[in-house]
Design a protein around this ligand. Structure first.
Ligand code: IFM
Length: 465
């Protein structure tokens, strides 16, 4: 039997006790960046891709702040080889991307578009050849329009179609994929798409939002069954976004708002996935009759997962009136989201206490910053570096406390299409020049590459890695 000797540094080490460079992330920690298909691929009419709800939504004036769309985006569909090389040059060990359902099945069901599958085939092979582990997500919001025309996420037809789509993709790529994610951010899919209407497909109804919330989780459960049967050795999970909520007032209106907002935005999805069902007090408060919930649905939704993907950006402060908490922000990003790394540590601890999972990946974390300026030909984004450092320090602390966090994916590799905001806000570690689409790594990209190489946040020499 091989005996492996672990050094304190391999284990993360005690905080700065023996190491002048401070604590070190475990040597097995996965470092990557994250993107999604509609936000970067472009080529929406190329090689037989079908229409998605985002193509349709963007074509209506007023839906996107700058009137743009993802039609070209970063043109990653045609530049993927250079993007893989870019990731390799930045020492990335993994890449989280999403597969565009309408590229693979233009009508959502039925006829397969082989050219679409071939694209992801080549991407996966290219990543592996570059030593980068592919972490695909099966759904990051680009529903085929043909399925929206048949009811979209308010209809049970969509989770059923999603399971078939998942089976097709996993059968094709599964021999090379170690980690599958079913759905990205079920809250945003149902809330923004069907309850408030700020995202595609732009429907605004509480009843439709609640129906969608159940169907999107059902889609996760149905797809998970298929993944288990086709790729039993792969790890599989779901990515949920969290915006920890804190109440700033004792006023009854604040208490009332807090309960609904906190349940819907934070616990509505993880609670059923973890086997505890939908938060009952909010089910009652909203008068949800749950006609969509059929026998066995909750068992499908709560099948064991191998990891939970966690997306975190900010916290929210809830008073009696919407927006009241903003006065308490000390620092904000360009989007007005408060920078509050302590809430990230709080979230990871709270999740592991309340809904313990075998492993966690931070599948998104990052910031749109206003101050991207040029200095000596470099793109200086010191505030993004500060954001990343503070959040990674929180992660380091919770790992040392025993929370099994296995990897971190910075959002995002590239400046890209930020949904209803268009191209106004830029989350990339790499700038994408709006006119030429040239990729220019920002200082944060170089900083993050060094962290990935060394496992240290603060200036450890590269040789340490
Ligand atoms: O750009 C989005 C991403 O698609 C999902 N999570 C949040 C990001 C920033 O808003």
């Amino acid at each position: 039997m091989e005996i492996v000797t672990m050094t304190p540094a391999d284990l993360g080490g005690p905080a700065g006790a023996t190491d002048p460079a401070g604590p070190r992330f475990p040597s097995t920690f996965v470092w990557g960046t994250s993107t999604s298909a509609y936000q970067i691929e472009g080529a929406t009419a190329q090689d037989g891709r079908g229409e998605s709800i985002w193509d349709r939504f963007c074509s209506t004036a007023g839906n996107i702040a700058d009137g743009s769309s993802g039609a070209v985006a970063c043109d990653h569909y045609n530049r993927w080889e250079a993007d893989v090389e870019l990731m390799r040059s930045l020492s990335m060990g993994a890449y989280r991307f999403s597969i565009a359902w309408p590229r693979v099945l233009p009508d959502g069901v039925g006829r397969t578009n082989e050219a679409g599958l071939d694209f992801y085939d080549r991407l996966v092979d290219g990543l592996l050849a570059a030593g980068i582990e592919p972490f695909p997500t099966l759904y990051h919001w680009d529903l085929p329009q043909a399925l929206e025309d048949r009811g979209g996420w308010t209809s049970r037809l969509v989770p059923e179609a999603f399971a078939d789509y998942a089976e097709l993709v996993v059968a094709r790529l599964g021999d090379r994929i170690g980690t599958w994610t079913t759905i990205n951010e079920p809250f945003v899919v149902s809330n923004h798409g069907y309850l408030t209407g700020e995202h595609a497909p732009g429907r605004a109804s509480l009843a439709e939002g609640l129906a969608a919330s159940h169907h999107v989780l059902l889609a996760h459960g149905m797809a998970l069954e298929r993944i288990r049967s086709i790729a039993p050795h792969a790890e599989a999970g779901i990515t949920v976004n969290f915006t920890p909520a804190f109440r700033t007032s004792e006023a009854p209106a604040a208490v009332d708002r807090f309960q609904v907002v906190d349940d819907l935005e934070n616990w509505w999805y993880i609670s059923p996935v973890a086997g505890h069902g939908y938060p009952q007090r909010t089910v009652e408060r909203l008068g949800w009759q749950q006609h969509e919930v059929k026998d066995d649905d909750m068992a499908l939704i709560s099948q064991p997962i191998d990891f939970l993907g966690v997306n975190f950006y900010t916290r929210q402060l809830i008073g009696a009136v919407e927006g009241e908490g903003r006065a308490l922000h000390r620092r904000s990003t360009a989007m007005g989201w408060e920078v509050h790394a302590e809430s990230f540590g709080w979230l990871m601890r709270t999740l592991h206490e309340r809904f313990p999972m075998p492993a966690y990946y931070v599948t998104e974390n990052g910031a749109a910053m206003p101050d991207t300026t040029r200095r000596d030909g470099r793109v200086a984004d010191a505030d993004r570096i500060a954001y990343l450092r503070e959040h990674l320090a929180q992660l380091q602390a919770v790992i040392e406390e025993g929370v099994p966090v296995k990897g971190y994916f910075a959002w995002s590799l590239l400046d890209n299409f930020e949904w209803a905001h268009g191209y106004r806000y830029r989350f990339g570690l790499v700038e994408v020049a709006p006119d030429t689409l040239e990729r220019i790594p920002k200082e944060s990209a170089h900083w993050y590459a060094q962290v990935a190489r060394t496992g240290y946040l603060d200036g450890a020499a590269d040789e340490v890695g």
